[in-house]
Design a protein around this ligand. Structure first.
Ligand SMILES: [Zn+2]
Length: 224
């Protein structure tokens, strides 16, 4: 009798335990499944967020093919048109000078025209874009070429609307005045006195306009 009771008690207890383990294992299993689903959902939301908000910054040329072109009105008799309407003050002329910042040339191979960041820049003539990228002391630079003339726009915005190889028309919007500071540019050795990386050798927002004729630097102002 005692043995029988003990046996029954053992069966009862072991059943409870088994049930208990089964239930708790099921709970752990369901918990993990839900956790994994949650993690997958979070990853998906994060990926969508990255795509929507960051891709236009990572690749500024994403929509450049569909952008309607903007042109400036100009006098047809002008050989070259002024690239930065509304701004004519020259802060640093062509020729010999004292370097305004470390790394800047003591023989200034262009003219500096101060203007706020994002001021529009137009093609001085019809021609081909032979460079659009970062170029040492010039910072972000666009070079426009026609025949034996090469016009260089320095310290421009990294949000390029033209690329190397593009053909542009006289008076076409080709870029913007760039920021003073640029970050994360590989190989940029230029910075201000506090160590902040600058858009080439520059002390403030301006267009540096250079002109080469047969690869010799000349004063661009003589041609407008
Ligand atoms: Zn300059």
């Amino acid at each position: 009798m005692l043995l029988y009771l003990t046996y029954n008690a053992y069966i009862f207890i072991s059943c409870k335990f088994k049930k208990f383990f089964r239930v708790s294992l099921l709970k752990i299993y369901l918990f993990e499944v839900f956790q994994i689903k949650k993690i997958i959902l979070i990853i998906m939301i994060f990926t969508v967020f990255i795509c929507i908000f960051f891709i236009p910054f990572i690749n500024p040329n994403v929509n450049s093919e569909n952008v309607t072109k903007e042109f400036l009105q100009f006098n047809a008799s002008d050989k070259f048109i002024w690239p930065i309407p509304g701004y004519t003050r020259v802060s640093s002329p062509f020729g010999k000078r004292t370097a305004p910042t470390t790394g800047a040339s003591t023989y200034h191979k262009g003219v500096d025209i101060p203007a706020p960041e994002n001021t529009k820049l137009y093609a001085v003539c019809s021609g081909q874009i032979i460079f659009a990228g970062f170029l040492g002391g010039g910072g972000y630079t666009i070079t426009l070429s026609i025949d034996n003339y090469k016009f260089t726009y320095c310290h421009v915005s990294p949000n390029f609307i033209v690329k190397t190889g593009d053909t542009v028309q006289k008076g076409e919007l080709i870029g913007y005045v760039g920021p003073k500071y640029v970050y994360g540019v590989p190989g940029n050795t230029y910075s201000d006195k506090d160590g902040r990386p600058t858009n080439g050798a520059t002390t403030g927002c301006h267009l540096h306009l250079g002109l080469r004729i047969d690869d010799q630097y000349v004063n661009a102002l003589d041609y407008f």
